[in-house]
Every structure is written in C-alpha cells, then in structure tokens.
Design a protein around this ligand. Sequence first.
Ligand SMILES: [Zn+2]
Length: 289
Amino acid sequence: MPEFGLDRIRQHLENLVGERNPFTQPKHLEKTAQYISTQLEAMGLEVTQEKVNYEGTQSLNILGQTYGDIDSKGLFVLAAHYDSVPDSPGADDNASAVTALLEIARILSQTPLRTPIIFSAFTLEEYGFVGSKNFIDRDLNRKNQLSGMISLEMVGFKTTEPGSQYYPPFMDPSQYPDTGDFIAVVGNEPSAGLAQAIAKGMMRSVPALKVETLVVPGQGENFTEVRLSDHSPFWDAGIPAVMITDTAFFRNPNYHQPSDTLETLDLEFIRDNARAVAGFLNKYLNQAD
Ligand SMILES: [Zn+2]
C-alpha cells in the first residue's frame, strides 16, 4: 500500500481544526464540508452530498463511494463526524478522525477493492447522531445493503503518563491498561466478530500500535458511555458496527473544551491509527466470500 505522510496529516488538520457548528459557526461547518468533498472528489470517488435538516439548520453528510458491484458482501461504511460542539475547536473531536478518514480514503482509492466502501463524513453527531441516523433511514435499499460500519471517534490524543486512563463504571480497570497510549476498538455482541477482526488486522498492519478491544453485551443499548458516536444508530438498526477511539473523556481532558487544539494532538498516533485501519480494510474488503 502507498505510504502515509505526516505532512498531509498536518495539512488536513490545519484546514479542519476550528469550531464547526450549525448554530454558532455554520460558515465553518459548510467550509469543512466543501473541503472534505473536494478531497474525496480528487481521489476519483463518487461523491454525494446529502442534506440534513435539523431545528432550522441545514447541513450535509458527505459521502465518497468507491466503484464496483455490490455483491453478497454488501456495502461497508467508514465514518467520522465533522461537526463540533460550540466553543471548541474540535481538534481531537473530531478533526483527528476526519483526517484519518481522508487519508484512509486516499490510500484505499489507489488500491483495487472487491467490495465497495462508502467513506462518510457525518454532520450533527453532537446533536444525537442526527447525520448518521439520516444516512441509515434515508434510503431503504441502501440500508438493506449495509454490511458493516466503523465509526472513527477521536483518534489523536495519546499520553504515556501512568494513571492517565479512566474507564466507565461497568469496566474493571484492573483488567485494562492505566496509561492512555492505546487505541480502543468497541463493539456490541452482533459485531463481536468484526471488532476482533479489526483489532487483529490493525495490530498486524502496525505492530507497534497498542490496541484494546471491548465488546459490550447485547446490542449495547444499556452502555451509555460507549454509545457516544455514530456507530450506535447502526447498532440500533441491527447492523454490525464498531467504534475506534482514543476513549474521549476517559483520557483527554480537553474533550468539548476550548483547549481541544491541534497542539494537543499526536500526529504520529493519527497516522498509525489510519495506517492500521487501512491495512485492515484492504484485506477485509478483498476477501473472497
Ligand atoms: Zn465526537
């Protein structure tokens, strides 16, 4: 596979970081949508903009799909939300993941894939997954083809400080690392196989990357702390979906704060996460049925 460069990662972040909110910074939200569209078009992907209305605002889901027939393996989705909460530049949340999404899309668009994939930049995640819900329910035919989904949710914050990692109350912290230097792969029971395959594929692609996997029971409906991204509407629709995350406020003190800035991000961590996910997808989407 082609290489991932830190220079491109920095360039994306410089374009993306800054408040992106439909109520307080609609211009920057729109500018960000156009930036993502332009990038995906330049890769030769089939780009669609889907309008999402919410409380008097209108914003866009940006979708870039690879060409190819949808066979028995269906349609896979790799997603990251690009909106941010008010009063936060949203660097880790979620410019880091949009950056990873764009770089994974760029690399995979240069690689032949058996199974098509939609690279999705969702709007309005911060208002209850409005964009991803709209994506699922908009087109019943497409919904029936969806075979799996990954939500990239904050993939840029890492620290080697012992005691820096916290966990939700239902987890036993003694069973997990206390240092916030890993990437987490979170699934529910129907997506347990996908979550294990992703974690394995990521570790194989980037052996130096620390990967932790968590599979919550059932559909994950009772685990509020791990539902906080665009994978949860997919869980609710019965579609296997996995969140890949630096664990957000369980590690990053800048979560939803004005201090969520580019300077706090670890660009090599973003690159390694992107490389690991691309390595997994390249294999997964080329597997025979
Ligand atoms: Zn987020």
